[in-house]
Design a protein around this ligand. Structure first.
Ligand SMILES: [Zn+2]
Length: 457
């Protein structure tokens, strides 16, 4: 049993959005048992503190939040940050620069970059993440990322990405990076049957995720949707990322990206699309009507100058919206609390200072992400929910003078790292230190592999 006490504020994200002063929380195994004020902690839990039979986290001086949820990433890209030739390009040019580099990825590179990316996410407040891995050169497999997630102790939605339409057939990726569609579908089925856990508090789910309209066929999109629905797994892809992406859809398919998604059966509460920067009004209405989710990636959208996603309009219409840091080659920083801050700031740039509050940004980062991943067991702290929570030390210099509203300060001030993180009832970060990996050793290997990858290309 794990008992958290004395949090300055415990943000629940429950139905009443309660923020509990001097908050306490009791977790037993993977689930939260009790949430309330420390003074109101029931006697039988207090007895467990007194007799030493519960693990106690005294969080005075801290704000505690439900663990943040990251809905879009390409973790292997942590090996290719700030690549000089890809620093100043828009999406298609950026991809074309990087594909050749990525063609030299190895299974070890997938494993080590996934652990590195997860460490960065966990330290920035994330407890559940998806990863969209869509290229498998040199024997790489999604299993490499799945094993890394288990080592790190992170709740994981592993998205089996794919590319099947190479340049010779009018797609964007080079032919040597695409797979045969029958092989993609076979491997997708294998992964679902081997790994997918549909149960409450599942630590691992499998997602089917053909990469994008410009790198796979209609057939693969349709067959992936049929397989996903047969097994009850979610679907994920990139959609309407920028103007060129929309132009490709109109020229090749004669449809807007939203029309194309609907035509393929790629709408519903079990589908989420990354970016949707250029989703039009009809698309927003379609997504709202069908419960189709959006992974909003503000830093990547700014980095590649894709535009300002209409998140205010989407939220107003009822579209489920979560946050994504996106791959580390188009954000270069994977700080999820920082991403919530950018989401708030970017909506304000586009739509005025009332377009998004700090608390709405936190809601998108928690409940929003949970809904996008089609889960009702994460994103809030209440009895029966998964015991995923994070604590931020408000005595840090970055929060000096922000005691008037510590919850809002988490988003307004410089993004902080967590001092504690608990995932599925297990403490994975304590006093700012990751407990599930020898981080300096992982980073040393990651540095060597990044150099090796760059030199190979
Ligand atoms: Zn992406």
């Amino acid at each position: 049993m794990l008992i958290l006490i004395n949090a300055d504020i415990l943000v629940t994200m429950d139905a009443e959005r309660r923020e509990i002063p001097r908050g306490a929380l009791v977790a037993d195994g993977p689930a939260v048992q009790w949430v309330g004020a420390t003074d109101a902690l029931p006697a039988h839990y207090r007895a467990r503190i007194d007799d030493g039979s519960a693990e106690v986290l005294d969080m005075r001086g801290h704000v505690v939040l439900p663990g943040l949820v990251n809905t879009h990433h390409h973790m292997y890209q942590s090996l290719t940050r700030a690549v000089p030739d890809a620093q100043d390009a828009e999406l298609f040019g950026w991809l074309t620069q990087l594909y050749m580099l990525w063609s030299h990825l190895t299974p070890e590179m997938i494993a080590v970059s996934t652990r590195t990316a997860m460490a960065e996410l966990m330290l920035s407040g994330c407890t559940t993440t998806s990863d969209h891995l869509y290229l498998y050169p040199n024997g790489a497999r999604l299993d490499d990322a799945i094993a890394a997630a288990a080592q790190m102790g992170m709740r994981f939605h592993a998205a089996r990405g794919s590319m099947s339409v190479g340049r010779s057939e009018g797609g964007l990726p080079p032919d040597l990076l695409v797979e045969r569609e029958d092989a993609i579908l076979r491997d997708s089925q294998r992964l679902i049957e081997q790994y997918h856990d549909a149960s409450r508090h599942a630590m691992l789910r499998v997602v089917l995720a053909p990469c994008s309209p410009f790198s796979v066929s209609r057939d693969l999109m349709r067959e992936s949707a049929a397989m996903a629905r047969h097994y009850g797994v979610s679907l994920h892809t990139h959609l309407a990322e920028n103007d060129n992406d929309v132009a490709y859809s109109r020229e090749r398919f004669g449809m807007t990206p939203a029309q194309y998604a609907e035509d393929l059966g790629w709408v519903g509460h079990d589908v989420w699309h990354a970016h949707c920067v250029k989703l039009d009004d009809d698309g927003i209405a379609l997504f709202a009507r069908t419960g189709t989710g959006v992974a909003h990636c503000p830093c990547s959208n700014m980095r590649l100058a894709s535009g300002i996603a209409p998140i205010r309009a989407m939220r107003g219409a009822g579209v489920p919206v979560g946050l994504g840091v996106d791959g580390s080659a188009s954000n270069d920083g994977a700080h999820l609390l920082g991403e919530a801050r950018q989401a708030m700031l970017l909506q304000r740039v586009g739509h005025g200072p009332a377009a998004m509050s700090a608390r709405e940004a936190l809601e998108i980062a928690t409940l929003g992400g949970a809904r996008v991943l089609n889960r009702d067991d994460i994103g809030a702290l209440a009895p029966g929910m998964s015991a995923d929570f994070v604590a931020f030390d408000m005595s840090a210099v970055g929060f000096a003078g922000a005691g008037h509203d510590p919850v809002a300060a988490l988003v307004f001030c410089t993004p902080a790292n967590v001092s504690a993180s608990v995932i599925n009832g297990r403490v994975v970060v304590r006093e700012g230190q990751l407990l599930t990996a020898d981080l300096p050793a992982v980073l040393t290997r990651h540095r060597d592999l990044a150099r090796q990858l760059y030199e190979a290309a």
